[in-house]
Design a protein around this ligand. Structure first.
Ligand SMILES: Cc1cc2nc3c(=O)[nH]c(=O)nc-3n(C[C@H](O)[C@H](O)[C@H](O)COP(=O)(O)OP(=O)(O)OC[C@H]3O[C@@H](n4cnc5c(N)ncnc54)[C@H](O)[C@@H]3O)c2cc1C
Length: 386
């Protein structure tokens, strides 16, 4: 069977693969020479991706990028204040938007809405989309890469893996599962997001983008506790949630089924392999604390586009130098974000009183010393630094 021939193939049309397709379509003289291969695997929750109820905290840089791509979801909740605290200890810090002279610190959007918006934008971009069975790389040589998608055979000069799968063993399996749901607060606070560290894992309470006055919950705890909590009747789950979170929003009453996701960190040591490069979750998967996975993946997509600018107009040349430049440029940000996220997810769960107390004092110190708080917050909130 004859194979279809492309300059560039993107494997996976999640938020990162789709954003990359849109960025490349702008710079390529022939967007139709780019193909996006998408399979509609069940999402994290067993739904079609556009129905995925997961919410994502989007930082300022990612918002600017998505807006410029015409892919900003219709509904977004704005975060003006972030309250970080530790359960059972004194430490806490509050980060406010005016500390950084920005109208908001970030936004919360639903994965499914963002996916839908990006998919529509890619459909209108001139990039070819081949939806169907799972696609895979079968071989690569000096001139290009061979792929297959079901019975379809393809050939591309360069392949970007954005399929969310690293194919390697996790660097760290957290002894934490994330419980995901929505809850109504009896005393809601518009524009406030909360991150509460417990000795089992962090509990995030964010404004929900679609259900006005409701909170999106990401509650990380031990696998045993997560399973026991998930099995509770809604009123008992709500009680446990309110008890763990505290009374800052009054009582929390759960409004949706509780989903449960195991958590792991995976960092692909090398993102470039010949004419293939991995970005987004295919390059690294993070603990959801501090909401950095997608933000980091969008920075991968933006940097790769810049690195490929010259190659896109001369694709008969080897992409090797551009890919090496990309890998060098992304190294420090990937390492820093992955390590910081890993540290945040575990520092309050060591069961070592001294360490947890020190971490609590660090939070308190950050609250008293804006000079300490600013660099951390700037890294997590602003993101895009090209
Ligand atoms: C509970 C939770 C909360 C999170 N909260 C945040 C947050 O607040 N902020 C944030 O920035 N990040 C957050 N993240 C991380 C974020 O969801 C991911 O970083 C992001 O979805 C990565 O996007 P991606 O496109 O790289 O991969 P994915 O979203 O996994 O998309 C990959 C796509 O590739 C497709 N695909 C898979 N295999 C193939 C194949 N063989 N052929 C073709 N297509 C294929 C899939 O169907 C999918 O559409 C969270 C994650 C979790 C689990």
């Amino acid at each position: 069977m004859q194979s279809q021939d492309f300059d560039l193939a993107i494997l996976g049309g999640g938020p990162v693969g789709s954003a990359l397709a849109l960025l490349l379509a702008r710079l390529s003289p022939q967007p139709a020479r780019i193909v996006l291969l998408q399979t509609e695997t069940a999402s994290l929750y067993g739904h079609r991706p556009e129905l995925d109820p997961r919410v994502l905290a989007i930082n300022h840089g990612s918002r600017v990028l998505l807006n410029s791509l015409g892919a900003w979801p219709q509904q977004a909740a704005f975060i003006q204040t972030i309250h970080v605290s530790q359960r059972g200890r004194l430490g806490r810090t509050v980060i406010r938007h005016h500390d950084f002279n920005v109208p908001e610190l970030g936004c919360v959007v639903r994965y499914g809405q963002l996916y839908d918006k990006l998919t529509r934008a890619v459909g209108a971009s001139g990039v070819q989309v081949l939806a169907g069975e799972s696609a895979r790389v079968t071989n690569q040589d000096a001139s290009g890469v061979s792929l297959e998608q079901g019975a379809r055979q393809l050939r591309a000069k360069l392949v970007i893996q954005a399929d969310g799968l690293t194919g390697i063993r996790p660097t760290r399996e957290y002894t934490q599962y994330a419980l995901l749901t929505r809850a109504r607060a009896s005393r809601p606070r518009a524009g406030w997001a909360f991150e509460r560290f417990t000795n089992e894992g962090p509990l995030a309470v964010l404004p929900h983008p679609e259900a006005l006055g409701e909170q999106s919950i990401v509650w990380c705890c031990t696998p045993e506790r997560a399973k026991a909590l998930q099995a509770l009747a809604p009123e008992h789950f709500s009680q446990a949630l309110t008890e763990t979170f505290g009374s800052r929003l009054g009582t929390l009453t759960v409004q949706a089924p509780v989903a449960c996701v195991p958590l792991a960190m995976t960092l692909r040591p090398k993102t470039v392999d010949g004419r293939c490069v991995a970005i987004g979750n295919a390059a690294q998967t993070l603990h959801p604390v501090a909401g950095q996975g997608l933000n980091l993946g969008l920075r991968d997509a933006a940097t790769l586009t810049i690195a490929l600018r010259d190659w896109l107009v001369a694709p008969e040349q080897t992409p090797g130098p551009a890919l090496q430049r990309y890998e060098q440029l992304r190294g420090p940000d990937r390492q820093l974000t992955v390590r910081l996220t890993d540290l945040l997810s575990r520092v309050f769960t060591t069961k070592a009183t001294v360490v947890e107390h020190a971490a609590g004092l660090a939070l308190l110190g950050m609250d008293l010393l804006p000079a300490l708080r600013a660099p951390l917050a700037r890294h997590l909130l602003q993101g895009l630094r090209l």
